[in-house]
Write a protein that binds this ligand. Structure first.
Ligand SMILES: C=C(O[C@@H]1C=C(C(=O)O)C=C[C@H]1O)C(=O)O
Length: 425
């Protein structure tokens, strides 16, 4: 499957009839999904609402959940994001360029997390301020799922996203964890979500109003600071947009910030810590960047340093990971992990595996979606946000969520699905 100039092409290489030795190019028709139905996942809608309520109460200090709110638990922060196993050939293209970036002087946490976290909890370094909680849903179809058809529909509906299919992990993500090209690193951070009701273009003012308010701005600031703190030590000239822009998709509108910088050579003084951010004592490069010691770190090394960001984990990372493990109680698999491609020179693009699902059988796929939870989160609207984020895959599969909250989330998914025509013409 390929994409060029906004057009998608599919090529199937299959045995040529009885002639097992010969291969021929055959245009096998795409099969639209038939009879899709949604089954409950391991985190039900009801459980998700309860999780959100518990998490925000813990952040406000009005309840304590196990170890999570008590300080700095032991949990490995990397568990918050999916496993870093999903590399492949499926990521194509690149969302359009953003406005010119501003400069972040010192990308440390000092001016960021504490400020964004508000007054109440400030001063308690280990106190939980943001956690991204997710839930899942299972879609089953009558016939085998034709992944090509799902990809085609995602590509058509979400042309500015990176569409992927890596070992059965299928989706279209709007978020670039990192791109590395000849020593230049880029990233697109998303956090803060407006749910589209009918028409994204007509709702930009409403989105701007919601996303400009305290909750979403703070949520976004956490995500930027998290990236800057981890990437800054590797890229001393890292620039992050001074102001976020709106990323308009068919189902949601996000606050988005782009970052760009030069990767300092591995082992150089600059690379080893002139970024000055927390974590810079960590040794940069431990053998993964093949070649001379002066080579910039490879995309794998950079990914190891930045994943998971606060866009899928939380702040602080360890406390958020502990809370996520405790409340979700389910394995996210590769959801929220890096997905994309890399080459043998250390270049590549790794998106964050969002708006996706993992095939579990030929006719069954498990979808995941999450939302950033803050002290003032409302469980119903966070649930509805996850429904809106499930909508792209549901629509591509010809499925719709059952009514979950007196119609609100069902409506959101319903307006965006099902497709009236076969996924790709
Ligand atoms: C966690 C997801 O999305 C992330 C969370 C967002 C938010 O909370 O506003 C926005 C974009 C993503 O960084 C997801 O799509 O599952």
């Amino acid at each position: 499957m390929g994409r060029r100039d906004g057009r998608v092409w599919l090529t199937d290489i299959a045995p040529d009839g009885d002639n097992a030795a010969g291969l021929a190019l055959a245009a096998s028709p795409l099969r639209a999904p038939v009879g899709a139905r949604v089954l409950p996942g391991s985190v039900s809608a009801q459980a998700y609402r309860a999780n959100v309520a518990q998490a925000s109460a813990a952040m406000r200090g009005t309840s304590v959940i196990g170890t999570s709110a008590a300080g700095l638990p032991e949990t490995d922060a990397s568990k918050a994001g999916g496993r870093v196993t999903a590399f492949g050939t499926g990521a194509h293209g690149s969302p359009g360029a953003a406005a010119s970036p501003g400069t972040v002087g010192s990308p440390g946490e000092s001016g960021g997390a504490a400020t964004a976290g508000g007054a109440g909890a400030a001063g308690e370094a280990g106190r939980l301020r943001k956690a991204v909680l997710a839930r899942d849903a299972v879609v089953e179809t009558v016939e085998d799922i034709d992944v090509r058809a799902v990809l085609g529909r995602l590509n058509a509906d979400y042309p500015s996203c990176w569409t992927f299919d890596v070992a059965g992990l299928v989706g279209a993500t709007p978020e670039l964890l990192i791109g590395v090209q000849d020593g230049t690193v880029t990233s697109r951070v998303l956090a803060g979500t407006y749910r589209v009701q009918q028409d994204p273009a007509a709702e930009l003012d409403a989105a701007r109003a919601q996303l400009g308010a305290a909750k979403d701005s703070a949520e976004h600031r956490f995500a930027i600071n998290s990236l800057a703190a981890s990437l800054g030590p590797l890229s001393p000239d890292l620039h992050v947009d001074a102001e976020p822009h709106l990323l308009q998709l068919a189902n949601v509108i996000h606050l988005a910030s782009d970052a760009r910088g030069t990767l300092a050579p591995t082992g150089s003084a600059a690379g080893a810590g002139s970024g000055g951010a927390p974590g810079s004592e960590h040794e940069v490069g431990d053998g993964e960047a093949a070649g001379s010691p002066a080579a910039p770190p490879s995309i794998l090394e950079v990914a190891r340093r930045v994943h998971p960001t606060a866009a899928v984990g939380g702040v602080p990372p360890a406390a958020a990971a502990a809370l996520i493990a405790e409340l979700e109680g389910a394995d996210r698999g590769r959801y929220a992990g890096p997905v994309g491609w890399l080459d043998d020179r250390g270049n590549g693009q790794l998106g964050i595996a969002l708006r996706c699902g993992q095939l579990e059988a030929r006719n069954r796929i498990r979808l995941w979606a999450g939302a950033g939870i803050m002290p003032d989160s409302d469980p119903d609207s966070e649930l509805a946000e996850t429904a809106a984020k499930l909508a792209p895959m549901l629509r591509a599969l010809g499925a719709r969520l059952p009514d979950e909250a007196g119609g609100e989330t069902g409506d959101t998914a319903g307006r965006l699905s099902p497709p009236e025509s076969p996924p790709v013409g």
